[in-house]
Design a protein around this ligand. Sequence first.
Ligand SMILES: NC(=O)c1ccc[n+]([C@@H]2O[C@H](COP(=O)([O-])OP(=O)(O)OC[C@H]3O[C@@H](n4cnc5c(N)ncnc54)[C@H](O)[C@@H]3O)[C@@H](O)[C@H]2O)c1
Length: 260
Amino acid sequence: MSAPQLENKTAIVTGAGKGIGRAIAETFAEAGARVIIFDFDEVSGKEAAAAINESGGKACFIQCDVSDEKSVKAAIASASITHDGYDILVNNAGIAHIGTVVSTEPEDFDRIMNVNVKGVYNMLHQVVPLLINRGGGVVLNMSSVASVAGLPDRFAYSTSKGAVHTMTFSVAADFIKDNIRCNCICPARVHTPFVDGYLEKTYPDNKEEMFQKLSEAQPIGRMAQPAEIGKLALYLCSDDASFITGQSYEIDGGYMNLRG
Ligand SMILES: NC(=O)c1ccc[n+]([C@@H]2O[C@H](COP(=O)([O-])OP(=O)(O)OC[C@H]3O[C@@H](n4cnc5c(N)ncnc54)[C@H](O)[C@@H]3O)[C@@H](O)[C@H]2O)c1
């Protein structure tokens, strides 16, 4: 069976400067898509776009803070100068937080919700009307196993990913008649700068030991590689998945069903 293709498709991928988003952008570009990288980190966003272009793909970078409505509007206006529409939106940008409901301060809660929830809303609010006008499209949201399992010390993060999970169903239901499919991915641990940053900050003295522990949390014995998430994203955003909408996909090395 040949790999799914995205020839002649234009995809916006948020948070594609690094980690999972970058792997999704690279996988989409390899499949023939024009990729628009939305990221607030100019250095990594430009670097990711340049790497894709150098390897023969088509990508551009537009600076965007998804949590800021004005920034999202400006980024889409800027993208629209050179692109005549969008077929795919991947809401991947997200940030982490460690804490229980007691240790999570109000400002931390607001910050997580602003990026992980309001950011997805901001993108959907601006892009879904464009997909409708174009005659349809695909939305893919990045949730987490934290949205469906009780992870210790992840109160705000889990809350935010639960919202991403249910936003997926809402959008899928509301726009099915507009030929828009909407699904989400729920990864367990993926080895990205997100994880390295967490280990550096939380366990500066025993990073290697904790890396091993986090790897073993997946019954398969390791973390996912970002490219493995990229392949699932490619499938779900391609026409090969034309009958799939309103679904959430765990990609978790057995985390949800094989523990214990
Ligand atoms: N890494 C994991 O183990 C894991 C597991 C499950 C879900 N996820 C989710 O996957 C997504 C990507 O995670 P990652 O591990 O690749 O993270 P990462 O930190 O490695 O990369 C995230 C990217 O998003 C960008 N970003 C952050 N805030 C932004 C904002 N406000 N506006 C625009 N861009 C912004 C960053 O600059 C960065 O390039 C997140 O939504 C995360 O919650 C990650």
